[in-house]
Design a protein around this ligand. Structure first.
Ligand code: HEM
Ligand code: HEM
Length: 151
């Protein structure tokens, strides 16, 4: 499979998964908690597939860089932090998986509020992230379509 198709497939999986994770009452709590943990493996693959870009931008961040790349870099860092907070708070409030062995301070109310608000803010940031790559998505969807038609 071509690298760009793998990227596209992973992007679609992440987008659908995150939308479903925003509705725990629809998926059920067990699926929400398991899916919420599993999606991090997918995020990791997504980041690894873009590793060259991350390394290059990290090295050049404080030198001359186009504004768009800077904005993308900051948004990517925010997304990584946001999803990390969601996972941490999710483990603190988990009901179907036992995370009581994790030494997490603070009360349930704090973690629950953090989970809900981090999810909302990060979901919005993910929407902007996809929006900023929309041309890439459309271009690769079209390319894929043409290859299927000509095959
Ligand atoms: C809902 C989840 C997400 C979706 C739907 C999504 C979608 C996309 C798309 C469509 C692209 C351009 C094509 C590609 O390289 O795959 C992209 C690039 C990228 N994404 Fe994500 N992404 C998500 C989450 C994340 C997270 C959590 C991170 C942070 C670790 C991240 C980091 C990056 C990076 C570093 C790039 C390439 C550089 C750039 O921002 O231009 N993405 N993403
Ligand atoms: C990307 C990952 C995740 C997203 C986007 C997400 C999103 C959400 C949202 C939007 C809610 C509803 C919050 C509210 O009603 O105020 C919620 C509730 C919850 N989430 Fe997550 N979550 C994720 C991962 C996790 C993980 C990894 C766990 C645990 C291992 C978890 C455990 C819970 C629990 C226990 C609730 C409360 C459900 C209830 O009692 O109504 N979540 N999550």
């Amino acid at each position: 499979m071509k690298r760009s198709y793998l990227k596209l497939l992973i992007d679609i999986v992440m987008a659908v998964a995150v939308i479903m994770l925003m509705e725990p009452h629809v998926t059920g709590l067990r699926a929400h908690e398991l899916g919420g943990l599993l999606i991090f493996v997918v995020f990791l693959v997504h980041a690894l597939l873009n590793w060259k870009w991350i390394a290059c931008m990290t090295g050049q961040f404080f030198t001359k860089l186009p504004m768009k790349s800077r904005v993308n870099y900051c948004l990517d860092a925010l997304l990584a932090m946001g999803f990390f907070l969601i996972a941490l708070s999710g483990m603190a409030i988990a009901k179907t998986i036992d995370f009581t062995w994790l030494p997490l301070p603070g009360n349930m109310m704090f973690w629950r509020m953090l989970h809900g608000s981090a999810a909302l803010l990060t979901f919005t940031a993910a929407g902007i992230h996809v929006g900023l790559h929309w041309k890439w998505v459309l271009c690769h969807c079209k390319k894929r379509n043409q290859e299927v038609v000509h095959a």
